[in-house]
Design a protein around this ligand. Structure first.
Ligand SMILES: Cc1cc2nc3c(=O)[nH]c(=O)nc-3n(C[C@H](O)[C@H](O)[C@H](O)COP(=O)(O)OP(=O)(O)OC[C@H]3O[C@@H](n4cnc5c(N)ncnc54)[C@H](O)[C@@H]3O)c2cc1C
Length: 384
């Protein structure tokens, strides 16, 4: 029986962080079990939508720019192995902002230092290149040429499939919260199986606060986020790549991407919604948000004012107080690692996170930004 085997590492949760952590460890020769309650990239997970943006710009937060660069390289390497290069769509990413936007200026500086390819665009260039957008209030933009979109749900499935080929043992199982203090030797599942290992990594996304309620219940803030796909007019290529890139309107706190795989223009507001339970929150969009999005789409993309909504998703961010990731040991169980806090921007970083966690298990060095200690119980977002 698989439950009686001993592993080097048990990874709990097969979202993007868990899938890449398991693969990174297996590539380093570790015996790994990857346990997942529902399925890799399932509809209730944060990694479960069709698509996620991979961009290099992070304002002054150079660490995330460098992680994105490394991750894009590793994603592409994985897609070549999986023989499915459609998992990355090189749409380009267009940042748009009002005059004097400090974050845009900082982004330019960091992208230059990190040798990321990008172009700066002024209002007149933008109007000429993208006549399908209403640029009211926008003075300038940055276009990242090599960035784009990861086909998220399928990407996670591909990472798990390659992990299994590399030796990861994947199982559908819900792990029970380990009790007590001091090192643990095994975890137990709700069906009564046990999995023994030297290290345990809990990559449970928005569930981290449910699995460790006393420790993380008020340090991980799962928020409801609604996403809309707008049907583009028949025979009209203005909303598909290359005519329209992936876009972020900084001052509107909105983002979206062009019509990929013919599913429509995707659009959402980045503003945090209400606190939710990832198991039980309704996955049906609200009338309020639907009306807000309709109005907004009509404002920024006037030709889509009356376009139909063809698909919707309701997901959750798993925010930390600042938006910085969490990678740290459980304070009472030294061989148990807590990994998460993707905070609405984590997907792209899956590969770099996998490498980082594998490195931590081998020789902990602990970046203070990722520590549990700096995760507060009141949100004050600094990473975007
Ligand atoms: C609407 C939306 C838009 C986003 N846009 C972007 C974007 O454009 N670019 C970007 O980079 N990021 C984006 N993000 C953020 C990104 O998707 C998340 O940060 C990332 O997917 C988090 O991955 P995760 O593996 O930590 O969590 P999850 O994907 O939620 O995975 C956690 C897994 O753990 C499992 N689990 C939980 N408890 C247990 C247990 N007890 N036993 C076994 N398994 C368990 C769950 O079933 C789940 O599958 C967005 C997020 C949302 C919601």
């Amino acid at each position: 029986m698989a439950g009686s085997k001993t592993y080097d590492v048990v990874v709990v949760g097969a979202g993007v962080f868990g899938a890449w952590t398991a693969l990174a460890l297996a590539l380093r020769g570790k015996r790994v079990a990857l346990l997942e309650a529902y399925g890799p990239g399932h509809s209730r997970s944060s990694s479960g939508d069709e698509s996620r943006i991979i961009r290099m710009g992070y304002g002054a937060d150079e660490i995330y720019t460098r992680w994105s660069q490394r991750s894009l390289y590793l994603w592409k390497e994985l897609f070549a192995t999986a023989k499915d290069e459609s998992l990355f769509q090189n749409t380009g990413v267009l940042w748009l902002a009002e005059a004097g936007n400090v974050s845009l200026a900082a982004t330019c500086e960091v992208l230059t230092r990190c040798e990321v390819k990008f172009a700066e665009l002024q209002r007149a260039d933008l109007i000429r290149k993208y006549p399908q957008i209403n640029f009211e209030g926008i003075e300038s933009g940055i276009y990242e040429t090599e960035s784009g979109v990861l086909m998220a749900r399928r990407c996670v499935a591909a990472v798990v499939a390659i992990g299994r080929k590399t030796g990861v043992e994947y199982r559908v199982a819900q792990v029970i919260t380990p009790k007590g203090s001091g090192e643990i030797s095994q975890v137990e599942t709700t069906s009564g199986e046990t999995f023994a290992a030297r290290h345990f990594v809990f990559t449970c996304g928005a569930w981290l606060g449910k699995v460790f309620p006393e420790l993380l219940g008020d340090r991980i803030f799962p928020t409801r986020q609604e996403v809309f796909y707008i049907g583009v007019p028949a025979g009209d290529e203005r909303f598909s790549p290359p005519a329209l890139p992936t876009f972020l309107f900084k001052m509107d706190e909105s983002y979206g991407m062009p019509n990929l795989e013919s599913r429509g223009l995707k659009i959402a507001l980045d503003k945090h919604g209400e606190r939710v339970d990832p198991d039980t929150q309704s996955r049906v969009v609200s009338v309020n948000e639907l009306e807000r999005i309709r109005k907004y789409v009509g404002y920024r993309f006037p030709a889509l004012a009356d376009a139909p909504i063809v698909e919707t998703r309701v997901c959750q961010y798993e925010n930390t107080s600042s938006g910085d990731f969490l990678v740290d040991r459980h304070p009472d169980i030294p061989n148990l690692w807590l990994v998460g806090g993707g905070s609405g921007h984590g997907f792209k970083h899956g590969p770099a996170m996998g490498e980082y966690v594998a490195g931590q298990l081998a020789a902990p060095r602990g970046d203070p930004r990722f520590s549990l200690q700096c995760k507060r119980t009141v949100q004050q977002r600094t990473v975007f």
